[in-house]
Design a protein around this ligand. Structure first.
Ligand code: ZN
Length: 383
């Protein structure tokens, strides 16, 4: 009997020691630091996509790319929507994980490429379609590689990957000629569908080997704060490289596929490198030129963006943005209310002080008046 108790005690002690070791091991890797995104695999996708040729809306290359994306996303709920806009046939592609779970985190990237390299130095090349390695393929590559890891994350909400068409076929003089696929999607979204989207994160031109990012407008400030915190966390807590590629103090204004979502009140941001190439100016460099080729894109840059999105999913960074905003708003209203109350109290004090002052003056006048009356009466011999 004693022997049995001793054995049980020994087993209990051992299992408790083992579970402690497990906990310590878990503590060694902080939450959101164990990441699987592979920048090299994403970079291979960039090469594959540019190898298909320009992915103009309605082209064979465009259709081939969609088929490839779908074959990469087996087990995902796939839908497509077709829209006829400005003489083009646009096809938006959606892939959802955990379909029906609600609370959608949406990651978006345009998969079409520009029909002309109209900012190329070589005038004779300006009407020819571009490779779109960074401007198109990089965002798609990040989404496909991220998708490979999402099924093993045990997420309890929906994640939708939105591959937009017709983003890059516009004219600079006409703002409404861009972002046609995203615009068509937003136009057909019901209020409840929009309300179900927790956040909309667009990635565009994020493969530049000389990655330089800033925050962009329009963009949800809470979602930008979450992104900034995530980048700092990856550096300071997870020890994944540095944060110097992101200038948190500066903003660029940009029309991109996140705008229609932002206009519907969905928390949305656009992670985009608007200075493509070393020393490039805003929307200069290789942007919309025939230099937008796969050799300008690096696995390292794709990796940085992939880690932000993956780690954010693992720590719930892309959820409850609206709740946080409402709380912030309520807190601000409460502060204002308190300020008003304090102000009222101050006015109350001021009124009290004034009343006491007037009372004191009255008393003084009464005393002096009385004295003066007596002196006057004495002088007249009355009394
Ligand atoms: Zn473009």
């Amino acid at each position: 009997m004693r022997m049995g108790i001793a054995v049980i005690l020994a087993i209990l002690l051992m299992s408790s020691a083992l579970s402690k070791t497990g906990a310590q091991e878990g503590e060694e890797t902080p939450i959101g630091c164990q990441l699987s995104f592979d920048g090299d695999i994403a970079n291979q996708s960039v090469q594959f996509q540019t190898g298909l040729g320009p992915r103009l809306p309605g082209s064979a290359a465009s259709s081939e790319l969609r088929e490839s994306i779908k074959s990469n996303l087996s087990g995902w709920h796939i839908t497509e929507s077709t829209h006829h806009v400005n003489g083009m046939v646009l096809t938006n592609l959606f892939a959802t994980w955990n379909k029906g779970a609600g609370s959608t985190v949406m990651f978006a990237a345009h998969y079409d490429t520009r029909h002309k390299g109209d900012l190329d130095w070589n005038e004779s090349m300006r009407d020819k379609p571009i490779d779109g390695a960074n401007d198109g393929a990089s965002g798609v590559a990040v989404l496909i590689e991220l998708a490979r890891h999402i099924p093993s994350m045990n997420l309890t909400h929906e994640v939708t990957l939105f591959f937009t068409d017709g983003e890059d076929q516009g004219e600079y003089s006409n703002a409404s000629s861009w972002i046609l696929g995203a615009r068509a999607w937003a136009d057909n979204l019901t209020t409840s569908e929009a309300d179900n989207i927790e956040s909309f994160i667009l990635v565009d031109m994020i493969g530049d080997s000389d990655l330089t990012l800033r925050k962009t407008k329009p963009g949800n400030s809470s979602l930008w704060n979450r992104t900034e915190n995530k980048i700092r966390y990856l550096d300071e807590v997870c020890n994944y490289g540095e944060t110097t590629y992101f200038d948190f103090e500066k903003y660029d204004s940009i029309i991109d596929d996140h705008v229609p979502a932002d206009e519907l009140g969905i928390p949305a941001i656009d992670i985009i490198d608007t200075r493509y190439g070393e020393g490039a100016s805003f929307l200069g460099g290789h942007w919309h030129t025939h230099n937008d080729t796969a050799d300008k894109v690096s696995a390292d840059s794709l990796q940085k963006i992939g880690y932000i999105l993956e780690s954010g999913l693992k720590t719930g960074s892309w959820l409850n943005i609206r709740v946080q905003e409402n709380t912030e708003l309520e807190e601000q209203e409460q502060v204002e209310e308190n300020d008003n109350e304090e102000h009222d109290e101050t006015s109350g004090l001021e009124a009290d002080e004034m009343f006491i002052g007037v009372l004191l003056i009255c008393c003084t006048l009464l005393v002096w008046g009385n004295l003066a009356w007596r002196i006057f009466a004495d002088n007249r011999g009355e009394g």
